[in-house]
Ligand binder design. Sequence first.
Ligand SMILES: C[S@@+](CC[C@H](N)C(=O)[O-])C[C@H]1O[C@@H](n2cnc3c(N)ncnc32)[C@H](O)[C@@H]1O
Length: 274
Amino acid sequence: MRFTPDTLATLTDPRTVISGDLVRIPFELDRNVYEQVDRALKEMGGRWDGRKAVRAHVFPHRIEEYLRQCLAAGEFSSRYDTGWFPTPPALAVQVCDLAGIRPGDAVLEPSAGSGALTAEIARRGGVIDAVESDEFRADMLRQQGDCRRVFAADFLKLDPLEYEEGFDRVVMNPPFTGGLDHILHAIQFMKDDGVLVSIMTAGLMWWSDKKTEEFRDAVEEVGGEIEPLPDDSFAVCGTNVRTCLLFLPGYAGGPLRTHDWLMRQPRQLDLFAA
Ligand SMILES: C[S@@+](CC[C@H](N)C(=O)[O-])C[C@H]1O[C@@H](n2cnc3c(N)ncnc32)[C@H](O)[C@@H]1O
């Protein structure tokens, strides 16, 4: 959800204190502006504490880093908008450590949001292609300058065969709804000896539908792992959604179709070539 211009101006005012778990505005606001700011902070999970010693919106968790990302992006995840949950910095480091990104690796971030993961990948020297369906966030990614290319597109509609080569690493935190479809599609962009690491809703560990069960079997077969993340991993984003971390190592000829697997298949047109 986008901040209104007045809310953004108030929260980025140098006099506004954003520290630890609270946001304090120590100056007078028009009633109408106050209501906009109050609404946004409450939608993010804050509550007004009017006690004389506090007089601030207080959150049940640290808000500082997350709010910094929100203000840079001009938007926040509210209770009504569940699409954008930026990966907290410590988790971004953990994900990139697990992926083992090396300088020069071609890395795909297929739902890049406002760049929480791309910033960490770039810091390690990865050469990044990012995809983000939201035009506003895609523009932000371009301005950050961490990526070789940014596509403002629906990742699920991108054709892996448009790429001549697969990626060394795929690092992702896809939307929590439909995340497995994003992961299955992303595998088709990965080299046989690539690595994919994804944050995913914890349901991946126990959902009993056929697609998820087959996926878990395939992960096990190729020596991958799905580990639960701590319950409060996304608490700083105001959500208690439980998450897990998928690690998929390189493999050849396994049950999951990589980019190399697709490239090995005879192309329809080749069948008719002289
Ligand atoms: C959970 S957020 C994570 C953002 C980023 N990966 C991170 O770790 O901070 C998911 C992002 O996926 C984007 N998204 C949702 N559906 C998409 C799609 N079909 N193609 C590309 N991006 C998509 C959303 O706009 C949102 O920014």
